[in-house]
Every structure is written in structure tokens, then in C-alpha cells.
Design a protein around this ligand. Structure first.
Ligand SMILES: Cc1cc2nc3c(=O)[nH]c(=O)nc-3n(C[C@H](O)[C@H](O)[C@H](O)COP(=O)(O)O)c2cc1C
Ligand SMILES: O=C(O)C(=O)c1ccccc1
Length: 367
């Protein structure tokens, strides 16, 4: 395993093609799935030289918690489909790497157990932050219980996914008739979310009824910072700041919700401008190399998330696979930062990035 894409190749040999499709797939024509990665390829890095600046640190502090790299694990569902230990394996690998993990509400291990595993695996006892991803539920009591479970587990932020008023239409899943977890697996965070009925598992509800008032309400029931995941419109970024949101994760759900939305890298500059430094802006979608991360950071993201590569690595090699993936990405990132002539992440600035030359006939003047 030499690079992130190797894990996908290896995982495809092991996985049920139905599960491969579940991971790789996106909404409709998957135009946005492809756009995410393509956007990084269309940008070029313009490094500085002779700056006398060895890399000092890749650390990042978010909401008072420190991570050893600006690369986090985006929330993804159903890790036990990929490895018998599921999210426990992922969390151990993340903790060992000092990376923030966002536990999916649709995890196949309960968030409390994931958090215990992360704490036990952290080197020198200092576990990186664990955040919890939440789909607001139409029943407020259910949402409150989920928030309490996450807080009790020690999660230090809530990441509310707001790009899913309806579930994205993944045509591969339809073709494969993949709609449910296999027998024996379930969304453990949703177990017993109904009084009395022990062992009852609720379905995750997607709903279009939510508005900014629900974010205000959510903030009123928790002291945890609330981030929004899936904001692409700069006006929504302004509204988020106005509603006391703690941070934004610029995301198009890996191209799995509305197809033909912009690549996240394309959407980033306008969001960064709208937020104007008031809250941290993060990004996920299409990050496969250290240089991808550097480009997003240079354009104003404070950290970037990885989704599919973590799932491929988990399928390829369990906890060890995810550890190796994170090690590789960290090395690539460190390399790219050094080669840009920067000593730390705050020295990655927009002047280090430019569009690929489009040729003498069609471009404008070269910079
Ligand atoms: C198989 C799969 C499951 C996902 N499950 C969730 C989820 O439960 N909650 C969520 O907010 N996002 C979910 N996502 C979206 C990821 O958090 C993330 O936005 C996306 O995967 C990033 O793009 P990348 O895969 O190109 O890195 C999922 C993505 C994939 C591929
Ligand atoms: O597949 C997804 O992208 C996703 O977000 C999800 C959410 C809940 C259950 C399974 C997957």
C-alpha cells in the first residue's frame, strides 16, 4: 500500500460488489462524485523556495481540542460491513494517528463504545477529539437522546448533516436492491430509542421540515459546538454564522446527495469569503493525496475530511489498514507542506495555488 488509491484496488478484491457499489456510488449520474477529485487535479501548486522553514508542526486546534494533523475522518455509515470490529477499528487507528474522527449517527458500534476504544488506543493517553454526526430527527426527544448519548460518550462537537432533506438516489444501490444492513448488523446509536421496547431499532428519518429554528433549538439543548455539514451556498454560510453555528464542513456528501452540485473545492472560496474568519471552515470530498489537502488548506480550509479512502482501507486491512492510510496521507501532507516552503499550516496561503494553464489560445494571460 503506497497510496490511498491502492486501498480501493485491494478492497474491491475482497468486498461483495454490492458493498463496493454502496461505497463508491453517488447520486444519479455521479457527475459530482467525479468533479470532487477532478477539481484538485485542475489546480497547480506554486511553491516558495529558500524560505529557511523546516516543517515545525502539522497540528491543528479546533474548538479547544488538538489534533496532530489537519486530516479528519468524515462520518461514514456501516463500518461493520467492512470489518468485524467496525468503528472500533477505525477509531483506534484515528486515535493512534492523532486524527479527529466524526462518528456517523449510522455507526454499527454505539458511540460510547467507539469513544472508549479511541481513548484506550491513544498514544500517551491524549486522545484526539471525537465528534458526532447527527441527522436531526422529526421527533425532538429522539434527537435529544442522541445528543445526550454523544455528549456522555465524550464527543466534543456535533456535526449536523444538512444536505439530506431526502436520501440521495444512488442508482447502484437500487440496481443491487441494497436497502438494509444484513442480519446481525444495526445502527447501534438508534437502539432503544423508543420507551419500553427494549432492543427496538429506529430507522434514521430524513426530513425536509427542518429550518434555522431547529439549529437554534439544538444549540439550546447542548453546550457542544454545532457544525453544519453540507453547506455550499455562501448565503447559508452567513446565516449559519448568524445562528451561532460553531463551524462549517463544506461538503457535497461525496456526490451522494444532489448530483451536479459543484466540487467542494470550487465551492470553498465563496464560503471562506462569506465566513470572513468568524468560524472555522472545513472541507471534504475528493481528498486522495497530501497535495489535495494542501490546496484546500491554502484556499482557507482549516482541516479536510476523508470519507471513502477510510472505508477502503478498513475493508483492506481493518485497523492496520486505516493506520497505514493515515500514515501515508500524513507523510504526503508533510512532504507537500515542506515542498511549498511552509513551516506550518497557517503558512499555506492562496498565492500558492493557481488554475492549470488552459493553453495559449483559450486561457487568459499566464500569471
Ligand atoms: C459509504 C458512505 C457512507 C456515508 N455515510 C455518511 C453518514 O452516515 N453521514 C454523513 O453525514 N455523511 C456520510 N457520508 C459522506 C461523508 O461524510 C463525506 O462527506 C464524503 O464521503 C466525502 O467524500 P470522499 O468520500 O470523496 O472523501 C458517507 C459517504 C460514503 C461514501
Ligand atoms: O450513504 C450515505 O451517504 C449516508 O449518508 C447514509 C446515511 C444513513 C445510513 C446509511 C448511509
Amino acid at each position: 500500500m503506497l497510496r490511498a488509491s491502492d486501498f480501493e484496488t485491494a478492497a474491491r478484491d475482497r468486498l461483495d460488489p454490492v458493498h463496493t457499489d454502496f461505497i463508491a456510488g453517488g447520486a444519479r449520474d455521479e457527475i459530482t462524485v467525479r468533479a470532487n477529485e477532478e477539481a484538485f487535479r485542475r489546480l497547480r501548486l506554486v511553491p516558495r523556495v529558500l524560505r529557511g522553514r523546516p516543517v515545525r508542526s502539522l497540528d491543528v486546534t479546533l474548538f479547544g481540542g488538538r489534533a496532530r494533523m489537519p486530516l479528519l475522518l468524515s462520518p461514514t455509515a456501516f463500518h461493520k460491513l467492512l470489518d468485524p470490529q467496525g468503528e472500533v477499528a477505525t477509531a483506534r487507528a484515528a486515535a493512534a494517528a492523532g486524527a479527529i474522527m466524526i462518528v456517523s449517527m449510522a455507526s454499527t458500534v454505539a458511540v460510547g463504545e467507539v469513544a472508549d476504544a479511541a481513548r484506550a488506543a491513544a498514544e500517551d493517553g491524549a486522545a484526539p477529539p471525537l465528534w458526532f454526526q447527527l441527522y436531526l430527527q422529526p421527533d425532538r426527544d429522539i434527537t435529544e437522546t442522541l445528543v445526550r448519548r454523544a455528549a456522555d460518550a465524550g464527543c466534543s462537537a456535533l456535526v449536523v448533516t444538512v444536505d439530506s432533506p431526502v436520501l440521495g438516489a444512488n442508482e447502484r444501490n437500487r440496481r443491487n436492491a441494497f436497502h438494509d444492513l444484513p442480519a446481525g448488523l444495526r445502527c447501534e446509536n438508534l437502539v432503544d430509542l423508543r420507551d419500553g421496547e427494549s432492543g427496538h431499532v429506529r430507522q434514521i428519518a430524513m426530513s425536509a421540515e427542518f429550518s434555522w429554528e431547529h439549529i437554534t433549538w439544538l444549540r439550546s439543548i447542548t453546550r457542544l459546538p454545532v457544525l453544519l455539514k453540507g453547506v455550499l451556498h455562501p448565503e447559508d454560510a452567513r446565516l449559519a454564522v448568524r445562528h451561532g453555528v460553531g463551524g462549517l464542513l463544506v461538503s457535497n456528501h461525496g456526490g451522494r446527495q444532489l448530483d451536479t452540485v459543484p466540487a467542494t473545492l470550487e465551492a470553498l472560496p465563496a464560503i471562506v469569503e462569506a465566513v470572513a474568519g468568524r468560524i472555522p471552515v472545513l472541507l471534504d470530498g475528493g481528498i486522495r493525496r497530501g497535495t489535495d489537502a494542501v490546496k484546500a488548506l491554502a484556499l482557507g480550509a482549516r482541516a479536510v475530511g476523508v470519507g471513502r479512502p477510510v472505508m477502503w482501507a478498513l475493508a483492506q486491512g481493518g485497523e492496520k489498514g486505516v493506520r497505514r492510510l493515515l500514515e501515508l496521507l500524513r507523510e504526503e501532507l508533510s512532504d507537500a507542506v515542506a515542498l511549498c516552503g511552509a513551516a506550518a499550516l497557517d503558512e499555506l496561503t492562496p498565492d500558492l495555488v493557481r488554475p492549470a494553464w488552459s493553453g495559449p489560445l483559450f486561457g487568459g494571460a499566464d500569471r
